[in-house]
Design a protein around this ligand. Sequence first.
Ligand SMILES: *[C@@H]1O[C@H](CO)[C@@H](O)[C@H](O)[C@H]1NC(C)=O
Ligand SMILES: *[C@@H]1O[C@H](CO)[C@@H](O)[C@H](O)[C@H]1NC(C)=O
Ligand SMILES: *[C@@H]1O[C@H](CO)[C@@H](O)[C@H](O)[C@H]1NC(C)=O
Length: 318
Amino acid sequence: MRSITLLATLATSALSIVLPQSSEDVQLPLVIWHGLGDDFQREGLASVAELAEATNPGTYVHLIHLVDDGSGDRSATFFGNVTQQIEIVCEQLAADPILSTAPAINALGFSQGGQFLRGYIERCNTPPVHNLVTFGSQHNGISEFESCKYNDWICNGAEALLRSGRWTNFAQSRVVPAQYFRDPRELDQYLAYSNFLADINNEREEKNETYKKNLASLNKFAMFMFEEDTVAVPKESALFAEVNATTGEVTHLQDREIYQADWLGLKQLDKAGRLDFKTTPGQHMHLSEEVLQDAFKEYFAPLENKWHMSGLVVQHDA
Ligand SMILES: *[C@@H]1O[C@H](CO)[C@@H](O)[C@H](O)[C@H]1NC(C)=O
Ligand SMILES: *[C@@H]1O[C@H](CO)[C@@H](O)[C@H](O)[C@H]1NC(C)=O
Ligand SMILES: *[C@@H]1O[C@H](CO)[C@@H](O)[C@H](O)[C@H]1NC(C)=O
């Protein structure tokens, strides 16, 4: 149903190039990447998708998944090589007939899904992301692993591996949270062995200009931090800040080298008013419908005709 609605919208817009007097705004599709321990078939995610549709009617929503069944998809939030997982998502989005023909897409990342979407943008970005919104993501990594519920054997297995040998090739190629583990006290090991975050954050000697160019091409990048978050440690990682675990001192993104030397284009975005730092009350991922709805209105609203017309012209030529 949703796809039909969007196809109709795009067709009407294409017509408006021929008949400029008709004007209709375009509703970009939305992709959602869920967090650790979740899966794409959960009810919670379905209601987020419904809310996105209700807030901005005509939104085609795609729930990113690494495996086609729920339990396999959940397991892939704990185990796998994040580089390969992002490759799968790049192929998945590029192969979707609606996403791949839209002028651009919006992206919503929950928890680790947020930094993974950033990875998608930096490495692939086809189809290109217009606005990226992340909630409680670990853009600057985690320095502790979350406590699992005692009977959650998949989570416990991942946690044990992370504690025992987080910098081993085994953990870095198989345990997902290990690949965004970043303790400032272990920075040398992190730079040497991190399979994902050190690369995607352009923290190594050799910088990838594509990462910077792609991230800076966002229209908006909005980061939300949960004020009472005790699950993702440190919570300020959601805003790309660094925390000294001994003193508790927070170094905000603007005071960090990653920003000042602009390894990722974050400074460029910020100076253009396109980087938003937001806080929201509550524990990790305790999202109210109201907070989500406000975010959907602010970041995923339909685009004005003028913008999408040029987008469609480009698309027609392609
Ligand atoms: C930078 O990233 C792009 C996209 O992933 C990749 O194609 C390219 O090889 C990388 N460049 C370097 C110098 O690693
Ligand atoms: C993860 O997968 C990528 C792509 O296949 C590979 O190049 C890399 O070596 C793997 N990482 C580890 C730590 O094995
Ligand atoms: C944390 O702060 C203390 C006191 O200023 C300092 O000695 C230590 O090096 C800092 N830790 C890191 C990882 O920067």
